[in-house]
Design a protein around this ligand. Sequence first.
Ligand SMILES: Cc1ncc(COP(=O)(O)O)c(C=O)c1O
Length: 405
Amino acid sequence: MEEFHKVRRLPPYVFEQVNRLKASARAAGADIIDLGMGNPDLPTPQSIVDKLCEVVQDPRTHRYSTSKGIPGLRKAQARYYERRFGVKLDPDAQVVATLGSKEGFANMAQAITAPGDVVLCPNPTYPIHAFGFIMSGGVIRSMTVEPDDSFFYSLERAVRHSIPKPLALILNYPSNPTAHVADPDFYKDVVAFARRHDIIILSDLAYAELYYCDTPPPSVLEVPGAIDVAVEFTSMSKTFSMPGWRMGFAVGNERLIAALSRVKSYLDYGAFTPIQVAATTALNGDGSEIEMVRDTYRRRRDVMVESFANAGWDVPAPQATMFAWAPVPERFREIGSLEFSKLLIEKADVAVAPGVGFGEYGDDYVRIALVENEHRIRQAARNIKRFLASKDESMQNVVQLNTRR
Ligand SMILES: Cc1ncc(COP(=O)(O)O)c(C=O)c1O
C-alpha cells in the first residue's frame, strides 16, 4: 500500500536505528551507558511533586482544563519573563501554555503555514524545527547555526533566492544539538533584518536556564520591537526536570499567539489542572531548584570533557544546554556519525546520538547528552578509551572502514 502523503514526508527516525541496537545489546546483557536521548534523569523537585499531589485531591481539578492555560500559570510565566529578561508581557494576549514546547512549536507551524511556504531552519537542529513545518506543507531552507557573520550571509542569500519570500526564521540558542549561544547584539541584528523583510521569528529557548557561562542566555524579546515579529518557546522539561509533565509556553506577538491559541482550542483542553498548578508553583519559586539542576549538569560536563580527553577524544566544553557536540574522531570520520554511533554501542557499551539525525550538516559529529551520573560518565570514558586503543582490523568485522558516506 502507498504510504500516506504526510507519512511519506516523515522519514524513519535515524535515532530509531541506534535505539534498536541499544535494546538488543541490553537484551544480550550489556550494560549500556546511555548518553543518547536528551531525556533528563534528575527527579522533579519535591516541592513541585508535593503541589501536584495536593491539588489532585480536589475533584474540581479533574474536569477539562483550559486550552491556553489557567490564568495563574500564564501570569507566572509573564512574571518569569519580566524577572529574568526584563520583558513585560500581557498574560492574556501574549502568553499561551503548551503541552511541552514541542507541541506548541508544531502547532504554531500548523497555524501559520500555507502549502509551499518557505521556512529558514538551522541545520543541524532539533528535528521538530524542520518537521513541524514539513508536516504542515512548508518547505525548508537550511541555515547555518553559528550566530556570527556567516549566519547573516546565509540569511541575505536565503531572502534573495527564496520564492516565495521566507515566511519564518527559526532560532534556537542555546542550540540543540550544537550548544551555540547567541548574544543580545546578534538578536538585535536578526530582529532588524526580520522587521525589514517582514519575516516571522520563532525562537526556541528551551535551554534558557542550562548555562555555564557568566552571562545567562538572553531572550530575543529583549530587543525593542521584537514583539512585532517574534514568538518564543520555553519549556519546563529541562529547567525544572519535568520532561514527562509536558508543560511549556509560547509568548510574544499577539497575532501569532492568537493563531496558536485558536488551533489549540480545536485540539486540546490544556494540561491536567494539577500539573498547571504545580508548574505555577515552580515558576513562582526562588530559583534555587534551577541552580541545583544547573550545577549538576555543569559537574557532569566537566567530568565528561576531562575523562573523554583522557580517553583520547577531545570534546569541546559546551557553554550551555545538557549536550556536548563532539567531533567524530578523525579515524572514523569517513564512516559517518550513524555507523560510528553503532560502533560505540557494540564496542564500548556507550550510546550517543548520531549527528546526522539532526540534519545532513551534523554528520561529522555525535551528540553526547549528560543524562547519566558522574560515575557512569567516567565508566563511559574508560570503555571508550579501550575501544579507541583497539586495533583498526578488529573494527572491520563490524563495519567496513573504507565505506565512504
Ligand atoms: C531545542 C529543544 N526544543 C524543544 C524541546 C522539547 O521540549 P518539551 O519537552 O518542552 O516539548 C527539546 C527537547 O529536547 C529541545 O531540545
